[in-house]
Design a protein around this ligand. Structure first.
Ligand code: PRP
Length: 208
């Protein structure tokens, strides 16, 4: 049996749809269930539904053999995982955004950056030699500039609607993000046949 940790939230539906196209489906009654660990119809796969940031933790510790999670979360976590497959789901961008496109040159003193991604933000500004104060939030980050908590934000943009409706615009793009298959290093060796079969099945589904 292979255990797959799935990021709950924005990626969950597309991850389950992709697995379904690959013939891996949750058993009967799963749709309305609040259970966080569920078997697939065949009993070959167990799914764990966890917060996105916890997917790399479960996979790195080997509690899950594999995980489906966004590149944004992987970049933030720096967990030591194998990343054999871009699943091409939930495509979005990690960006710097502010009320003013020229905010980078206009802010007086230390730039204050609100974000759910302190590591990505620090690395981005650090690599450019720009000192910043990181203000870590857990969500609704787009509120911070309007309320005076921060000068800019580092956050995900998918449709751009949240930015636009909160009076913000993209200042810089940091990276693209899509859903990835992450694999535990030991599982890749010890369950080589099952893990390779999962990767091949998903790969074939992606090219269909
Ligand atoms: C994400 C992201 C933005 C929004 C972008 O938030 O942090 O807020 O989606 O999507 P859009 O460009 O399509 O408007 P999420 O819904 O994950 O919730 P959160 O703000 O609580 O993190």
């Amino acid at each position: 049996m292979i255990t797959i940790a799935i990021a709950k939230g924005r990626m969950q539906e597309s991850a389950l749809a992709l697995l379904g196209r690959a013939g891996i489906r949750l058993g009967d009654g799963a749709a309305n269930s609040r259970r966080l660990a569920l078997m697939d119809e065949t009993g070959r796969y167990r799914f764990l539904f966890v917060k996105p940031a916890d997917v790399p933790v479960y996979v790195e510790h080997g509690i899950a053999d594999c995980g489906v999670v966004g590149r944004d979360v992987l970049l933030e976590s720096e967990a030591d995982l194998l990343l054999p497959l871009d699943l091409e789901i939930s495509r979005c961008r990690i960006v710097v955004a502010a009320a003013d496109r020229d905010a980078m040159t206009k802010v007086q003193g230390m730039i204050r950056v609100a974000t759910k991604y302190p590591h990505i933000a620090n690395t981005h500004f650090g690599s450019r030699g720009i000192p910043v104060e990181i203000i870590q939030l857990s969500g609704s980050v787009e509120l911070a500039p309007a309320l005076g908590l921060a000068d800019m934000i580092v956050d995900l943009v998918e449709t751009g609607i949240t930015l636009r409706e909160n009076g913000l615009t993209v200042v810089e793009e940091i990276a693209e993000s899509t859903g990835r298959l992450a694999v535990n290093r030991a599982s890749y060796q010890l369950k080589s046949e099952e893990v390779t079969s999962l990767i091949k099945t998903l790969e074939a589904t992606l090219t269909q």
